[in-house]
Ligand binder design. Structure first.
Ligand code: SF4
Length: 219
């Protein structure tokens, strides 16, 4: 499996915010978000091929009880089902971070789905492919039926709320995060997004890893 990085950190987003976790980042994505914060797994995929056993061994070496399988898009990684089964055998709690456009019968304790809104669509040659693939209601519904889930939306402007309201899910499972990788941008957006969450009853999530360490790889 092509792995961009494995590192130990704190979960920076969502309902497990702050939980010490080992991150396994697969390389390769079916989407090309305009603001992708890991372009080394999508626009310019990098990484090394690793066996599943080597991945699990390195993940377990940090002593974490929580594993976050992320990307890229981990659900398209060849061997993803077997990898999650091995992590479960190792006794880890498994979060999968996905855009929710591809289904795989993985072992997973929290399906952390980040549906991509229109604000993610890039200009240029990938525009049509991204627009066609970014929303797959059937896959999304299946993931939400089969697993404990959260829907995390990246919000760039207040107008994004109109699109978010079209997703039918229990509001208690919907989390809004400001878009941005620079602390000053996140700070400005967090102000109006917090007010939106109070008004509409959505949960707010900061991006803890950016607050703590800035826009860096492997944190
Ligand atoms: S789905 Fe994630 S990894 Fe893929 S392009 Fe979008 S932000 Fe980047």
């Amino acid at each position: 499996m092509k792995i961009a990085e494995i590192f130990y950190s704190l979960q920076g987003e969502g309902s497990l915010l702050g939980v010490p976790s080992v991150f396994i980042r697969t390389s390769g994505c079916n989407l090309r978000c305009r603001w992708c914060d890991t372009p080394y797994t999508s626009w310019h995929p990098e990484g090394a091929d690793m066996s599943l056993d080597a991945i699990v061994e390195e993940a377990c070496s940090h002593g974490a009880a929580y594993a976050v399988v992320t990307g890229g898009e981990p659900m398209i990684a060849p061997g993803i089902i077997e990898l999650t089964q091995k992590l479960r055998q190792a006794g880890m709690h498994i979060t999968i971070e996905t855009a929710g456009t591809v289904y795989a019968d993985v072992a997973c304790d929290l399906m952390s789905i980040s549906p991509k809104l229109a604000n993610s669509t890039p200009e240029g040659p990938f525009r049509n492919q991204h627009e066609r693939l970014r929303n797959n209601p059937d896959v999304l519904a299946k993931l939400m039926r089969q697993y404990p889930y959260q829907l995390k939306f990246v919000v760039a402007a207040p107008e994004d709320l109109e699109e978010i309201r079209t997703y039918s899910a229990d509001k208690r499972n919907i989390i809004l995060m400001p878009e941005g990788t620079r602390p000053e941008v996140l700070q400005e957006r967090s102000q109006w997004l917090a007010e939106i969450c109070k008004r509409e009853g959505y949960r707010y999530s900061p991006r803890l890893h950016v607050d703590l360490w800035g826009d860096k790889r492997g944190v």
